[in-house]
Write a protein that binds this ligand. Structure first.
Ligand code: ATP
Length: 328
């Protein structure tokens, strides 16, 4: 019921009368009043005026199941329509995988306020303090072949970049394949994991970690990491960002399904690619080498021109890309 009340208050321009809330939800005035008090305790600024009703004046950065549902229900078809919120968990990717095994629906979303064992690629860690960042993992049940799944990382990177750019007005850029940067520093990390047979995907989990309102980082990553707050000076609402990312992801995923590759978003992705047209160092599979990044192809590989003039498509699997003078 809290979700419905929040949704009604949020979507109405002015006051919503107690009577209307009671009528819509089929409950007593006392029940409504109790929920309003709970919302106030959680930090929502709800104004109550006699003979007019209730009005939300200000919504702080609250992260809860009801808050997320009130922003997502009816706004997407499947992305984030099933929400599982955890004040604290080891890793939202682990929670989403578990949901996958228990039969949760396509698009189910695990969100946490804090992770005790946040993870990056190749067993690396993801700093995940409480109260300030987004840690979320979406569960997908695609019917395409496992070989296509790595492209989903790029679909999520593009969707997240698009949504963050729209919400903040900042020049959000993608660092191929799985990071998002702002002013040359890492703002978002994405980790895609899959459970599959040779020719069948059981499920895919895409985890997204976003530094939203953090004001500092550990010494280890202080030079390469940043947050929206550090760059803009503003505190952002995490729930709004999550909802916007889900809307963008659903749309881009549908575009991806139509062609089975990234052709529908390739041009726009390349426009946001921070590496595009720049000399980069490719680290990983073989000896590190330097090349000019040209942009991604329809399969999400990074096309590069090597110093001898030959062109190569780099597969994301085991490599990292660096600028020649630093992280970007
Ligand atoms: P790279 O960014 O080096 O190409 P990667 O893409 O393989 O590596 P990820 O899996 O995206 O790395 O993220 C893990 C790395 O990100 C960690 O090794 C650490 O250096 C850095 N990191 C950890 N936590 C954060 C954070 N909250 N914000 C920014 N960077 C972080």
């Amino acid at each position: 019921m809290k979700t419905e009340i929040l949704k009604l208050l949020r979507e109405s321009e002015g006051y919503v009368s107690g009577q209307k809330l009671c009528g819509k939800l089929g409950v007593s005035r006392t029940a409504v009043w109790k929920i309003i008090n709970q919302l106030k305790e959680e930090g929502y600024h709800v104004e109550a005026v006699q003979n007019r009703g209730y009005r939300i004046v200000d919504i702080p950065d609250v992260l809860s199941e009801e808050e997320l549902k009130s922003l997502l229900f009816g706004k997407t078809r499947w992305a984030g329509q099933e929400i599982h919120y955890f004040p604290e968990t080891d890793s939202t990717n682990i929670r989403a995988k578990e949901l996958g095994e228990k039969g949760a629906s396509h698009g189910a979303l695990a969100v946490a306020d804090r992770q005790s064992a946040g993870r990056g690629r190749r067993g690396r860690g993801w700093e995940s303090p409480p109260g300030c960042s987004i840690y979320m993992s979406i569960l997908l049940r695609p019917s395409f072949l496992p070989s296509s799944a790595p492209m989903l990382t790029l679909v999520m990177a593009y969707s997240t970049a698009e949504a963050l750019q729209e919400c903040t007005g900042q020049e959000i850029r993608i660092k191929w394949p799985n990071d998002i940067v702002l002013n040359q520093k890492k703002l978002v990390g994405i980790l895609t994991e899959m459970s599959s047979e040779i020719d069948y995907i059981n499920h895919v989990v895409i985890g997204v970690g976003i530094n939203v309102n953090m004001d500092s980082f550990s010494e280890e990553i202080a030079k390469t990491a940043t947050s929206l707050r550090i760059e803009t000076g503003q505190v952002m609402k995490r729930s709004t960002l999550i909802a916007e990312i889900m809307k963008h992801f659903e749309r881009n995923y549908d575009t991806f399904l139509q062609s089975g590759d990234l052709s529908g978003i390739r041009e726009d992705y390349n426009r946001l690619l921070v590496n595009c047209g720049k000399e980069v160092r490719i680290l990983g599979a073989k000896e590190p080498y330097q090349a000019l990044a040209l942009g991604i192809n329809d399969s999400g590989e990074l096309l590069v021109r090597k110093q001898d003039g030959s062109e190569e498509a780099v597969y994301a699997g085991e490599v990292s890309v660096r600028g020649i003078y630093g992280y970007v």
